[in-house]
Design a protein around this ligand. Structure first.
Ligand code: ZN
Length: 268
């Protein structure tokens, strides 16, 4: 379960309590929630509640044309990697950020992204953390990341020989891609699939970031994509990650139970 599903309602403690009550043992966590209680305290709470950190959000943004700002951003991203290690996370999500204000140079953003990932990758290898590249829907290319396809994420991972780096397959972001089957197979073969994020695409979608659907309420062939992921030998969790004003306004315990029930129906 990713804590963002309840981000407007629960802090870390409430979330861990809810995970423990339902026997959920792995959690996607956010650096800002962890920093509110302190990294060491968060790590000890997780041990107490027997919930392991899985994905850690996030390293980034990383892109700027100013050399001193760039050093600062990279240093902040390295600190986030260290915090991910401190809470025992399996991987850290890396999002380079969008184009700089007034820039139209997407090619340069892509080049800078790979360059910055290279620097973070060296650090990640040293401290034993996996960098997770999660392609986001192309409509987020301007302000979140220039990595918008699984193919691009796979191409970048391949440059680092697939060690301490892999991809996250989020159904919301890749369901529309006609190469999804072959690229999922390639992810597992050349790199690794670090997590499988689930939610749904509603029609109409009213907000790109905060109108994700509950699994089963939208048009994504979730079971079909899961079959492709499972066929690669992936044996990690199905990670529920729903950013939704609608669900944030509901009782979080009810949302948690409904999400688990939908997961049983679709992925069980
Ligand atoms: Zn995701």
């Amino acid at each position: 379960m990713n804590s963002a599903t309840f981000r407007e309602r629960w802090g870390l403690l409430d979330f861990l309590e809810a995970c423990r009550a339902r026997g959920v043992q792995k959690a996607g966590l956010w650096g800002d929630d962890i920093k509110k209680v302190g990294v060491a305290k968060a790590a000890s709470l997780m041990a107490d509640y027997e919930v392991e950190a899985f994905g850690y959000n996030r390293a980034g943004p990383l892109l700027t044309s100013d050399a001193s700002d760039r050093r600062k951003l990279l240093s902040m991203a390295k600190n986030e990697i260290d915090d991910a290690v401190a809470v025992g996370a399996d991987h850290i999500l890396v999002f380079p950020g969008g184009l700089e204000p007034d820039s139209k140079d997407l090619a340069s953003a892509r080049f800078q992204t790979v360059d910055a990932i290279g620097i973070l990758h060296e650090h990640a290898q040293k401290v034993g953390m996996n960098l997770a590249l999660e392609p986001l829907h192309p409509m987020l290319c301007g302000d979140r990341t220039c990595i918008t396809t699984l193919r691009h994420a796979n191409d970048i991972c391949a440059q680092f020989a697939g060690k301490n780096i892999g991809v996250v397959v989020d159904t919301y972001h890749v369901w529309w891609d006609e190469t999804i089957e072959s690229e999922i197979a390639r992810s597992a073969l050349e790199n690794s699939i670090l997590s499988f994020h689930v939610n749904d695409w509603l029609v109409p979608t009213t907000h790109l970031l905060t109108d994700r659907g509950m699994m089963g309420d939208g048009i994504i062939d979730l079971h079909g994509i899961w079959k492709c992921v499972k066929a690669t030998g992936y044996n990690g969790p199905v990670e529920v990650e729903i950013f939704s004003e609608r669900w944030w306004n509901e009782d979080p315990d009810m949302v948690f139970d409904m999400a688990l029930e939908r997961c049983r129906q679709i992925f069980g």
